[in-house]
Design a protein around this ligand. Structure first.
Ligand SMILES: O=c1ccn([C@H]2C[C@H](O)[C@@H](CO)O2)c(=O)[nH]1
Ligand SMILES: [Zn+2]
Length: 133
């Protein structure tokens, strides 16, 4: 079977994870509208609450290069079901990606699940909610 190139990119990103504490490696591959790919991996810290997930690393890496328009996000980990992004990432994804953008969740067994920001966090708190009357 032919390999999905974005899943292969997410696997490569996963190998860069810095996870001395959890030993749980996650990779993300974020495709821009221009076809470029930004890798993200989880980066942990001895101060555990400072750990950054793969999904946010990918989005923040792209933002740090001034890139704001994305086509898809693919996330992979060694999980039984396709990896499930945490609540913090769902919030950040909802703000930085179009509501309908394809998000592919995957695991190393070859299982995948296609979703989107609006499905991952229905009713997300967004910038419009901050507007005064
Ligand atoms: O979707 C997920 C879920 C978890 N993690 C990371 C955070 C932490 O480093 C480790 C264990 O929760 O996995 C991610 O990067 N993405
Ligand atoms: Zn997360």
């Amino acid at each position: 079977m032919t390999k999905n190139p974005m899943i292969e990119e997410a696997k490569k990103a996963r190998l860069k994870a810095y996870t001395p504490y959890s030993k749980f490696k996650v990779g993300a591959a974020l495709k821009t509208v221009d076809g470029d790919i930004y890798h993200g991996c989880n980066i942990e810290n001895a101060a555990y609450s400072m750990c950054n997930c793969a999904e946010r690393t990918a989005l923040f890496s792209a933002y740090a290069q001034g890139i704001h328009a994305f086509e898809s996000l693919t996330v992979i980990a060694d999980t039984d079901r396709p990896v499930s992004p945490c609540g913090a990432c769902r919030q950040v994804i909802s703000e930085l990606c179009e509501a309908d953008m394809p998000i592919v969740l995957a695991n190393l067994n070859g299982d995948t699940f296609l979703t989107s920001p609006k499905e991952l966090l229905p009713g997300a708190f967004l910038s419009d909610d901050l507007k005064e009357e």
